[in-house]
Design a protein around this ligand. Structure first.
Ligand SMILES: [Zn+2]
Length: 350
């Protein structure tokens, strides 16, 4: 993903505390925050109903991906990762399908993709779609050392972290389903895009913008929902770069345009857990990411993305330092817990 030309990042410096380290005990995660005591009764009940996310579990899901090496589309590591994700979804009880094909990059070259979709509780009429990209960027083109610009990144944060958070959600849904149906989409060929060069001919800009999120652009044209019969999910939440220490999730521009009510729901859930310094109450930049394409077909969609720091993205973004050493269990756990709180507070009927 990248920031679009209408980026409106605030320069507000956020002071953030590190999130609690995962303990993964069997006690309810609802008991840990002083904010819970002050929450309204209905919200507190929703929080108490959710299972407890486990930072160690999610960290292991990140490691299972990074240990394969960079998962650039077309690579063996990518194929192995795709198969692992299909297996994990199946083992969790999902009906799994793959949407594969070939897309086009900014330079006109072809890129293969395979979007992996897992559906839980297919009989549920009301559904929520969760998504994250599992491919990793072939080039560390933001690395401070130009010698690394042509090397592939591990994508521990940019790729693996979002997938890992959704695998944690799948683990819990498998053992105790929420009232709503849950769909998990692992998108592909998200991160091989190029930004338009300075002064580029405006007629070429769309070609650059469309070189990102290639898999999702295809998926929405073939999505497994009958929109004409009103079978779209109620909303979609994208998680991208959700594993770094000191993460700051501001309210992303396109998310606010597509689904401000879902942004509020998620950020309020975070506040109830005491994660208000991670999920900050301010507007963020505009990010070209998978959620834009999901929203384009009528599904309200938001992006939880670490782009709210003074410098924008996570410092390791598109560098060789985006590796397992820079993954923080507390951030992973916080994001997964917020997703679980939201999912388990939803009713079968709105
Ligand atoms: Zn990226």
């Amino acid at each position: 993903m990248f920031k679009t030309s209408i980026t409106i990042l605030s320069c507000l410096l956020a002071a953030f505390a590190s999130a609690a380290t995962a303990a993964c005990s069997s006690k309810s995660a609802a008991s840990g925050s002083a904010d819970n005591a002050a929450a309204p009764a209905d919200s507190a009940a929703a929080t108490a109903a959710a299972p407890a996310a486990c930072g160690d579990s999610i960290y292991a899901y990140v490691e299972a991906q990074t240990s394969l090496g960079p998962r650039t589309p077309g690579s063996d590591a990518h194929s192995r990762c795709a198969e692992m994700l299909r297996q994990r979804l199946r083992r969790a009880g999902a009906e799994v399908s793959t949407d594969s094909g070939t897309g086009t990059l900014a330079d006109g070259s072809a890129i293969p993709f395979a979007n992996i979709f897992g559906r839980f509780n297919s009989g549920a009429g009301r559904r929520v779609l969760l998504l994250a990209h599992y491919d990793t960027r072939p080039w560390a083109d933001e690395d401070p050392d130009p010698a690394n610009h042509s090397k592939a990144i591990d994508g521990a944060n940019d790729g693996a972290s979002g997938v890992a958070v959704l695998l944690e959600v799948a683990r819990h849904v498998a053992s105790r389903a929420p009232e709503v149906g849950v769909d998990i989409l692992f998108t592909d060929a998200e991160d091989s895009g190029l930004s338009a060069p300075e002064g580029a001919d405006p007629s070429t800009v769309a070609r650059y913008e469309d070189s990102w999120c290639v898999g999702t652009q295809h998926w929405v044209r073939n999505m497994p929902y009958d929109a004409a019969r009103g079978q779209l999910p109620s909303y979609a939440i994208l998680v991208d770069m959700v594993g770094a220490g000191g993460a700051v999730f501001a309210k992303e521009y396109f998310s606010m345009r597509s689904a401000p009510h879902i942004v509020s729901k998620v950020w309020d859930a975070a506040a109830r857990r005491g994660y208000g310094q991670m999920f900050v109450q301010r507007h963020g930049g505009a990010i070209n990411d998978d959620h834009i394409h999901i929203a384009s077909v009528g599904i309200p969609a938001i992006d939880i993305i670490d782009a709210g720091r003074p410098g924008g993205f996570t410092p390791t973004w598109h560098t060789m330092a985006d590796n397992i050493a820079n993954i923080d269990r507390g951030t992973l756990q916080a994001v997964a817990q917020v997703l679980l709180d939201v999912l388990y507070s939803e009713k079968a009927r709105p």
